[in-house]
Design a protein around this ligand. Structure first.
Ligand SMILES: Nc1ncnc2c1ncn2[C@@H]1O[C@H](COP(=O)(O)OP(=O)(O)OP(=O)(O)O)[C@@H](O)[C@H]1O
Ligand SMILES: [Mg+2]
Length: 239
């Protein structure tokens, strides 16, 4: 379970990007964060992951206050996985090496077993294990970024726009991969998305953020039909 309680955070001391932000994602849930460009979605994920420390408020993982815990400890000890918005694969490394980086702190045998398992889940990786990640398409890279974050078997996963820039077909494949991660491994997923409708379809709940705070929250199914949400964030069209 991830709880963000009244978090205030930013990149410089003068400017607060998160201005008393409170969100939560419970065990086994998929929760989506929507909102306009620049409203603080990535900043929220970076604050949860530990790249930024909140100057007020708290971040809790499984009930423990981890507000000041650095990223590497959150990954190794608190069971967190993070797929950032950009530069989320090492293009100069092969697919195998990218997965090895994700599991670098695991013992060798366990890491190999986990890699084999992920290659069964994601055949696109198995087909090209020793090819450079630079040779992958955008959608394949998103799958690799997901798989790399999954190497240590995280219990909580933060995804920053996993479907950004993908064709409708690849977009469906990436959302299906996200849905399967929850179904097969019970991972709690907090996901930022711009493809609001598709994201809400696989989510339990969602938050609509605006200027560093929560503007609206509810069950995903209810938000999909909420006229205000449709008008503001989904173009106001019928599903
Ligand atoms: N490294 C940084 N240093 C300073 N300011 C930053 C930094 N990263 C982001 N910001 C600022 O913080 C604000 C929120 O940015 P953030 O990346 O969290 O938005 P976002 O909601 O993820 O937007 P997008 O939908 O475009 O990804 C913006 O005003 C942005 O300019
Ligand atoms: Mg962002």
């Amino acid at each position: 379970m991830i709880v963000v309680d009244q978090a205030v955070a930013g990149y410089t001391p003068e400017v607060d990007i998160l201005r008393g932000m409170s969100v939560r994602a419970d065990a086994g849930e998929i929760v989506t964060l929507l909102g306009p460009n620049g409203c603080g979605k990535s900043t929220l994920l970076k604050t949860i992951a530990g790249y930024l420390t909140p100057r007020a408020g708290r971040v809790l993982i499984e009930g423990q206050d981890v507000s000041a815990m650095p990223v590497h400890r959150k990954i190794r000890q608190a069971g967190l996985g993070f797929v950032p918005q950009t530069e989320n694969v090492f293009t100069a490394l092969t697919i195998r090496e990218n997965l090895q980086v994700g599991g670098h702190h695991l013992e060798a045998h366990g890491a190999r077993r986990r890699m084999d398992e992920l290659c069964v889940h994601y055949p696109v990786l198995a087909r090209k294990l020793d090819a450079p990640a630079a040779s992958m398409s955008g959608g394949e890279r998103q799958i690799l970024a997901l798989a790399r974050a999954l190497m240590p078997r995280p219990r909580l996963l933060l995804l920053d726009e996993p479907s950004a820039g993908l064709s409708p077909k690849m977009l469906q494949e990436v959302f299906e991969a996200v849905r399967l991660i929850r179904a097969q491994e019970g991972v709690c997923i907090l996901m930022v998305e711009q493809n609001a409708m598709e994201a809400l379809r696989i989510s339990d709940r969602a938050y609509v953020l605006s200027m560093g705070t929560v503007a609206l929250t509810g069950e995903a199914a209810a938000l999909m039909t909420d006229p205000q949400v449709r008008e503001l964030y989904l173009g106001g069209r019928a599903a």
